[in-house]
Design a protein around this ligand. Structure first.
Ligand code: SPV
Ligand code: MG
Length: 303
C-alpha cells in the first residue's frame, strides 16, 4: 500500500515560508515563480539571478526549521552553472535543490503557449551529476525535474529522462505535467527508480488520494499561498481606498499582534500591561506563541 505523500507548501519569501511552517506543512517549496513575482514583479523566465535567488533561499532557510526545497530553475546554464547553483543553495541552507531540464532562458511551465526547448537528456544528466557532487558535502539533496510533458514530448521521453536523471544521481524526480493521466501512468508503472514528486497546479481537480494511490512521494503546492495573498490583499485594498474609518478594514486584516509574533517581538513588548486596579482589558494573545521562537533571534539548527 502506498504511503501518504509529503505535502510541500509553496513560499515566496521568509514571511510566507513562516506561514507555511505554522500551517503545519512538513517542508517548504521556495518557488522560483513566487520569488520572481513577489520579490521582483517579474515573470518566471530566468530573470532572477542566482545571487538573488540564493539570497532568497538564505532568508527562508534562516526563518524556518522545516526543510526548505529550493527551486533552482534550470541551474542557470550548463553543468558548471548547475554545480555553482547547487553549492550556493546548499550553503544557503537548502535541504534539497530542484533542477529542471528547460534550456536557458527558461519559460514558466504554466504558460500554455510559450515557445520552449529542453536541453538534451545527456546534457541534463551531466548537470544533475555536477549539482549532486556540489551539494553532497552539505547534505543537500538534488531533485531532477522533467519537463517533457509540458513541452509536448510525450510520456516515453519523460520516462527516459526521469531514468537518466536518477542514474545521474538525482535523489528524487519531479515530472511536471499539464494534465494527470500521462503522469499517473508513468507513476503507476513503477519504472522511475526514485521517489516521485508532483506539482498539481494544472490538474487541481485530482484528489490527493489519487496522487497517493499512484505512488507519489511528495506533492508541491507551489503558488497557492501567493495567489491567496494577492486575492486577500486586493480585497483589503479595495475597502481601504473607500473606508471612512480604518476599523472597517480590521475584519480583513491580521491583528498587529499576529505580525509581532511572526517576527518574534518579545511578547512583553507588545502585550498591554494590566492597568493598576485593572481596567477590564483582556491582554491575552490571539494565538499561541510561535513554536520556533528563539530568544536569540535566530535558529541554531534547521534540519
Ligand atoms: C515554481 O513554483 O516556480 C515551480 C512550479 O517551478 S511551476 O511554477 O508550476 O513551474
Ligand atoms: Mg519554478
Amino acid at each position: 500500500m502506498p504511503g501518504r505523500p509529503l505535502r510541500l507548501g509553496g513560499a515566496h519569501d521568509a514571511l510566507s515560508a513562516c506561514l507555511v511552517e505554522q500551517a503545519g506543512f512538513p517542508a517548504v517549496w521556495l518557488s522560483g515563480f513566487g520569488v520572481a513575482a513577489a520579490q521582483f514583479d517579474l515573470p518566471d523566465a530566468n530573470l532572477v539571478t542566482l545571487s538573488e535567488s540564493a539570497e532568497a533561499a538564505r532568508r527562508v532557510a534562516a526563518a524556518v526549521r522545516i526543510p526548505v526545497v529550493v527551486d533552482g530553475d534550470n541551474g542557470f546554464g550548463d553543468a558548471f552553472h548547475a554545480a555553482r547553483a547547487a553549492r550556493e543553495y546548499a550553503a544557503a541552507g537548502a535541504a534539497a535543490v530542484c533542477l529542471e531540464d528547460n534550456a536557458f532562458p527558461k519559460r514558466c511551465s504554466l504558460w500554455a503557449s510559450a515557445p520552449r526547448a529542453l536541453v538534451p537528456p545527456e546534457e541534463m544528466a551531466a548537470k544533475i551529476a555536477a549539482a549532486k557532487k556540489a551539494a553532497e558535502p552539505y547534505g543537500t539533496l538534488v531533485i531532477g525535474r522533467v519537463e517533457s510533458l509540458i513541452a509536448g514530448l510525450g510520456p516515453e521521453d519523460a520516462l527516459a529522462r526521469a531514468r537518466a536523471y536518477a542514474e545521474a544521481g538525482a535523489d528524487a524526480i519531479l515530472i511536471h505535467a499539464r494534465s494527470f493521466p500521462p503522469l499517473g501512468e508513468i507513476a503507476r508503472s513503477g519504472r522511475v527508480p526514485r521517489p516521485l514528486v508532483a506539482v498539481p497546479t494544472l490538474y487541481p481537480e485530482v484528489p490527493f488520494s489519487e496522487l497517493a494511490d499512484a505512488g507519489f512521494a511528495a506533492v508541491v503546492y507551489a503558488n497557492q499561498l501567493l495567489r491567496a495573498m494577492v486575492r486577500a490583499g486586493r480585497a483589503a485594498l479595495s475597502l481601504l481606498r473607500r473606508a471612512e474609518t480604518l476599523s472597517e478594514v480590521e475584519p480583513l486584516i491580521s491583528p498587529l499582534e499576529e505580525i509581532h509574533r511572526l517576527v518574534r517581538v518579545p511578547q512583553e513588548w507588545f502585550v498591554e500591561k494590566p492597568q493598576h486596579g485593572g481596567n477590564g482589558h483582556d491582554a491575552r494573545n490571539p494565538e499561541p506563541a510561535r513554536p520556533n521562537a528563539d530568544p536569540r533571534g535566530h535558529h541554531a539548527a534547521r534540519r
